[in-house]
Write a protein that binds this ligand. Structure first.
Ligand SMILES: [Zn+2]
Ligand SMILES: [Zn+2]
Length: 392
């Protein structure tokens, strides 16, 4: 008999203390991308205590995977990311980071707690499973190349035909769930251009090749890529965010370093922009007698939500008690997310769970030293995950 969905939220509320306990333990003990050893051990121990047989070191890193077997057919996968950021916490919370300079400032502590909560709910309702479930605790989301490719290589998606992930967010009110079908989060490319000229006395420009003037032209010309080479229907951004050059008022420097980022939602637009950046920087530098060395760091691909899985996530959210007026269409996000890799291999949906209670003060953005979430939403996230699996 299927689990009664309305009761799943009640069951999640009933384990609210455990959800908070997991989140607070993880929050107090954050680990950087690629260093999540203690976090992984903690997750595995908690899963074992529930009756799971977790597999550790999935993907050769700190990934943890556990399965619940029941029903028939392909797996439903649920994913949480587990890593923290190189930020010194300033929340003043009693369970603040005990690891100076490292903080769960993106809510991945909440993601892990919600998936542990879902693990418990799924285990308690395992007689109702229609399909097997794989719980994917993935490290290393915050830093390219991400943890998802290694998890996939380690078999996280083997036999999976639907994968669901949730990002908690301080940028939406508590209780809202926002998702969008199709592209939702940007593909990211880092931009690095070193413009080489010929330095010398600032009073003798005729003996120099001034990389500052060349760089100024390059910065402006880069802004013509989106406006002149990309369709008006295609959102994209090219931002130059750092310009480093020079040591004195009267010296033309040898070199200017430009750094920035490129965000796109379509692989063709992405390819066009990358090509044009190179052509513009190299071409302008050459015209002026200098040269430009362009490096376009690879980043996460565009995150694309599968239409059917997205609709199922919305349906499940309603069954679990999210009223239609709190279900929103997520606007395109400029941030990147390595969940995108799962979506390249299997039908996937990734949604945002609002977790800001305005009564508790301002909403600090993600990656801010005062970032915090409304813990009352942990039960919602756990119920959403569990319902997605149990209704699979
Ligand atoms: Zn983040
Ligand atoms: Zn995040």
């Amino acid at each position: 008999m299927p689990a009664r969905d309305a009761s799943l939220l009640q069951q999640a509320e009933a384990i609210g203390e455990r959800l908070r306990g997991w989140r607070r333990h993880l929050h107090a003990n954050p680990e950087l991308s690629g260093q999540e050893a203690q976090t992984a051990q903690y997750i595995a121990a908690e899963l074992r205590a529930m009756g799971y047989q977790p597999v550790e070191n999935v993907g050769g890193a700190h990934g943890v995977v556990a399965e619940a077997h029941g029903g028939a057919g392909p797996f439903v996968a649920l994913r949480a990311d587990t890593d923290a950021l190189p930020i010194h916490e300033e929340t003043g919370l009693p369970f603040s980071s005990r690891n100076p300079g490292v903080m769960h400032a993106c809510g991945h502590d909440a993601h892990t707690a919600m998936l542990l909560g879902a693990a418990l709910l799924i285990h308690n309702n395992r007689a109702a499973l229609r399909r097997p479930v794989r719980l994917v605790f993935q490290p290393h989301e915050e830093k390219y190349p991400g943890g998802a490719p290694a998890m996939i290589a380690g078999g996280a998606l083997a036999g999976v035909d639907q994968i669901f992930g949730i990002h908690i967010t301080s940028q939406l009110p508590s209780g809202q769930f926002a998702i969008r079908s199709g592209p939702m989060m940007a593909a990211v490319n880092e931009l690095a251009i070193d413009v080489h000229g010929k330095g010398g006395h600032a009073a003798k420009p005729e003996d120099c090749v001034d990389p500052v003037v060349i760089s100024a032209e390059i910065i402006l010309a880069l802004q013509t890529i989106v406006s002149r080479s990309i369709s008006l229907t295609e959102p994209a951004v090219v931002s130059v965010t750092q310009v480093r050059a020079g040591t004195a008022d009267n010296v033309i420097p040898e070199r200017v370093e430009l750094r920035g980022t490129i965000r796109t939602y379509d692989e063709r637009a992405r390819a066009t922009i990358l090509r044009r950046v190179r052509e513009i920087a190299e071409g302008l530098a050459r015209v002026h007698g200098g040269n430009a060395v362009v490096r376009l760091g690879d980043g996460y691909p565009v995150l694309v939500n599968d239409r059917e899985v997205t609709e199922r996530a919305l349906g499940v959210a309603q069954q679990v008690g999210f009223a239609p007026d709190v279900l929103k269409t997520m606007p395109l996000q400029g941030g990147g997310e390595d969940f995108a890799y799962y979506g390249q291999k299997a039908p996937a949906a990734f949604g945002f769970l609002g977790a800001h209670d305005p009564a508790r003060g301002p909403a600090y953005p993600h990656h801010h030293p005062k970032f915090d979430i409304d813990e009352a939403m942990l039960a919602r996230g756990a119920a959403l995950h569990a319902a997605f699996a149990l209704q699979g």
